[in-house]
Ligand binder design. Structure first.
Ligand SMILES: *Cc1c(COP(=O)(O)O)cnc(C)c1O
Length: 402
């Protein structure tokens, strides 16, 4: 069914990303509302039975059921596609629904996937547990080295899957080399771009085929709703992804789509300010703790690569406090301002201990392999005054005897 976005794409596609974030995808009802409307409806009524039939067989534009189309959801999808510079986008109920759909929709028994080992915990469950259960082989590599990608390719390799920067080790993957290699071998590259978002990093400009999001993070940005999105070519979205999602139903609710639409309006402002705050906090911590992994600082082993593909380093980085879980937990427990929370991308500063929370399920061996030690903490730097954050960290480090 043809989608009527209410905007003329030949005009809107020329707007710059900051304009897209405010205007892209907007459809107005007969009331002319300035802020996008929230359409809480599961179904749609037809003027006559023939119209219903025409919509179902594709002869007539229009919506049929909110698992498949919803005006508020469609506005969000069009906005994300325009910001990304992608032909098309479909939103999902969560980031994990987006990752699962982006992979499963194009894979079948016997296929092979190569994935970078530093992935969000649940993404590692997809590659390590879910895909193999359905007869899809996976090879997990250190994605920082292009030779590892090349060596892992088999005649059955269908997909490369990675995130950059990666959670929580801040490994940076060379988008250009990995996506070029994939394309030259007819492999589809799927990039999880949740950390940077399309404001700071646009993987498709480096040759990525599919870009997937947890919109729960920076896109909502205020810790309110869960959401996800998958961007790709019109052909991939319409012919491959939609076949999977329209029948399996990982649909984003209209309410959550509306919240993310409002979040996108301030994404550019928030992510740049949070990136600056994270640099300030990082510079302080670099002098104060054993080691930090912040792609925006020259001490990060891949700082130059990170800065060649990102406009700024984002709000998230990791630190090693020395000692073990006892010291890391003591620091968290002594915080007065920063919350102990495993969410990221929030306008509030949040800290977590990955080994006992987000990456607990990965198991000790796999954790240590990627550098998630017991003394590692991850911080999401919010929009508070960075001096207050530094003072809070300083008193907490002292209280923890660090
Ligand atoms: C949070 C996150 C996900 C999962 O997203 P949800 O919205 O929590 O389902 C996937 N990948 C990365 C990199 C994330 O940070």
């Amino acid at each position: 069914m043809k989608r009527n976005t209410g905007q003329d794409r030949s005009i809107t596609k020329n707007w710059r990303p900051a304009t897209q974030a405010i205007r892209g995808g907007t459809m107005r009802s007969e009331f002319g509302e300035t802020s996008e409307a929230l359409f809480l409806t599961s179904g749609y009524a037809y003027d006559c039975a023939e119209d219903a039939a025409a919509r179902f067989n594709g002869d007539q534009d229009g919506m049929t059921y909110s698992r498949l189309q919803n005006p508020t959801v469609q506005m969000l999808e069009e906005r994300i596609a325009l910001m990304e510079g992608a032909e098309a986008c479909r939103s999902m109920a969560t980031g994990m629904a987006a990752m699962t759909a982006a992979l499963l929709c194009q894979l079948e028994q016997g296929d092979h996937v190569v994935a970078s080992r530093a992935l969000f915990g649940s993404c590692r469950w997809l590659t390590d547990t879910l895909l193999p259960k359905f007869g899809i082989k996976t090879t997990i590599i250190d994605g920082r080295n292009i030779d590892n990608w090349e060596q892992a390719i088999t005649p059955k390799t269908k997909v490369f899957f990675f995130e950059t920067p990666a959670n929580p080790t801040m490994d940076v993957i060379d988008l250009r080399s990995v996506c070029d290699l994939a394309r030259s071998r007819g492999i589809v590259s799927v990039v999880d771009n949740a950390f940077a978002t399309n404001v700071l990093q646009r993987p498709m400009e480096f040759g990525a085929d599919v870009v997937a999001y947890s919109a729960t993070k920076m896109m909502d940005g205020q810790g309110r709703v869960l959401a996800g999105a998958v961007c790709g070519t019109e052909e991939f979205i319409e012919d491959t992804l939609l076949q999977f999602t329209r029948n399996t139903g990982p649909t984003l609710s209209a309410f959550n789509a509306w919240v993310v639409l409002k979040g996108l309006e301030t994404l550019d402002l928030r992510i740049r300010k949070q990136s600056n705050n994270a640099l300030e906090v990082g510079k302080y911590l670099e002098r104060r703790v054993e080691k930090i992994l912040h792609p925006g600082l020259p001490s990060h082993p891949q700082h130059n690569l990170a800065m060649s593909q990102m406009e700024a380093a984002g709000p998230i980085f990791s630190l090693y406090v020395g000692g073990g879980r006892k010291q890391a937990h003591a620091l968290l427990n002594a915080l007065n301002l920063i919350d102990i929370s495993n969410n990221i991308g929030d306008s509030r500063s949040l800290m977590t201990h990955p080994s006992s929370t987000t990456h607990h399920g990965l198991g000790e061996k796999a954790r240590l392999e990627i550098g998630i030690t017991e003394d590692m903490l991850r911080i999401n730097v919010g929009l508070e005054d960075p001096i207050d954050l530094i003072e809070d960290l300083d008193q907490a480090l002292s209280s923890a005897g660090l």
